[in-house]
Design a binder for this molecule. Structure first.
Ligand SMILES: O=C1O[C@H](COP(=O)(O)O)[C@@H](O)[C@H](O)[C@H]1O
Length: 319
C-alpha cells in the first residue's frame, strides 16, 4: 500500500513504545523476515511505524476485545492533516480496489466527527473517477438518535461532506431508521446487518462469528472514546450484541446506537484517524509510555488483518 512516506519502518509491539520516542538512528528486527533493519528517523513527515503481530495480541481480560486476532499494526505520523488526508484517500482507494476485485463489493464503515473532513480527497481526482463507487456499501459505526436532517446526525455529516459528492448507490447507504427509539434503532440496524450477511454482501469472521466489514474508518474523542463506546461505560464489555444503544452518552446528544467491540474488532481493516494536540493524551496511553491502569476504549480496538493509526504530529506529540 503506497503512501507519502519517505521511510518505512518495522517494529514489534514491544519496540514501538520505546522507538517512537527516539530521534537518532536505531535498529529493529522484522519478525516476519527475521532480518535486522537499520534506518534513520527522518522527522514526522510520512514516517511509518509498522508493528507486526504474529499471535493473538490484545488480551483484555473480561472484555470483548480478547476475541480478535490482529495480524499487523501500523502507526503513521504526518506533518500535517493535509498529508494525512492524502494518504488516507490512497489507503481507502487501494482497499476499495482490493475488495472490489476479491469480493465484488466493498463494505465501508464511517464514524462521525472530524473523520469526514479527512476523507475530502476521495471526492477529488484521481479517486472520484477511479474508485468503483457502485461496489461500495456504507455503514455507520455509531449514530446519534436524531432525525437524519438534524445537525447532530452522523448521516447528515457524511452526506453533506462526502456521500452527496460521489456516485454511491442510494440503496447501498445504510442509515439508521430515525423514526425508532434508541433500542428499536439498534435492533433494526442489527437485523439489517444480519440480512446483508445472509445475502453475502457482508462477510462473516471465521474467527469470531461476528460480521467482518472490509474497512472501518474510525475517529477518537479527546477522552479516548471510539464509536459511542465511552471510557468506563458498561457497553465496552458488551460481547454478544452486534449493535447496541446508549441513552446516557457523556457527549451530547445522549441517545445513540453503536457497534460493539466484537464487531469493530472483527473488521478486516481498521483505520483510526486522529488529529490535534487535544487527543495526544489518549494516543500516548495507547501507544506510548503511560502509567494509567484504566484501559480506554481506544486501547481496545484491533482488527483481523491490519490496524492502522493515522496521526498528525500534534496527536503524536506525546509519543
Ligand atoms: O461523538 C462522536 O465522536 C467521535 C469522535 O469525534 P471527533 O469529532 O472528536 O473526531 C466520532 O468518532 C463518533 O463517530 C461520534 O459519534
Amino acid at each position: 500500500m503506497a503512501s507519502t512516506s519517505s521511510a518505512s519502518l518495522t517494529f514489534t509491539t514491544a519496540s514501538l513504545r520505546s522507538s517512537v520516542r527516539r530521534t537518532t538512528p536505531f535498529h529493529c528486527t522484522s519478525q516476519r523476515s527475521g532480518s535486522s533493519i537499520g534506518f534513520n528517523r527522518l522527522g514526522f513527515r510520512g514516517v511509518r511505524f509498522h508493528c507486526l503481530k504474529t499471535t493473538t495480541a490484545y488480551s483484555m481480560a473480561g472484555t470483548a476485545a480478547a476475541v480478535a486476532t490482529e495480524k499487523k499494526k501500523r502507526v503513521e505520523v504526518f506533518d500535517t492533516e493535509e498529508d494525512l488526508a492524502a494518504s488516507l484517500a490512497k489507503y481507502t482507494a487501494d482497499l476499495s480496489d482490493k475488495f472490489g476485485k476479491e469480493r465484488g463489493s466493498f463494505t465501508v464503515v464511517l464514524s462521525g466527527g472530524s473523520l469526514i473532513k479527512s476523507l475530502r480527497k476521495l471526492v477529488e481526482p484521481p479517486y472520484i473517477d477511479s474508485i468503483e463507487w457502485g461496489k461500495w456499501h456504507v455503514f455507520w459505526v455509531d449514530e446519534r438518535v436524531v432525525p437524519k436532517d438534524h445537525v447532530d446526525s452522523n448521516y447528515k455529516l457524511a452526506y453533506d461532506g462526502f456521500l452527496s459528492k460521489v456516485p454511491i448507490l442510494p440503496g447501498h447507504v445504510y442509515a439508521i431508521n430515525d423514526s425508532l427509539s434508541a433500542e428499536g434503532a439498534a435492533e433494526d440496524y442489527e437485523t439489517c446487518l444480519k440480512h446483508l450477511v445472509q445475502s453475502n454482501i457482508l462477510a462473516t469472521s471465521s474467527a469470531t462469528g461476528f460480521p467482518k466489514f472490509d474497512l472501518m474508518l474510525l475517529g477518537m474523542g479527546p477522552d479516548g472514546h471510539v464509536a459511542s463506546l465511552f471510557p468506563g461505560h458498561p457497553l465496552c464489555k458488551e460481547n454478544e450484541k452486534w449493535v447496541t444503544f446508549i441513552k446516557d452518552s457523556p457527549k451530547p446528544p445522549p441517545e445513540r446506537i453503536t457497534f460493539t467491540f466484537p464487531v469493530i474488532n472483527s473488521a478486516a481493516y481498521n483505520a483510526l484517524v486522529i488529529c490535534g494536540a487535544g487527543k495526544a493524551g489518549p494516543v500516548q496511553a495507547a501507544l506510548g509510555n503511560s502509567q494509567n491502569s484504566n484501559v480506554l476504549p481506544v486501547q481496545m480496538v484491533s482488527a483481523e488483518e491490519e490496524f492502522t493509526w493515522f496521526l498528525d504530529k500534534e496527536a503524536a506529540s506525546k509519543l
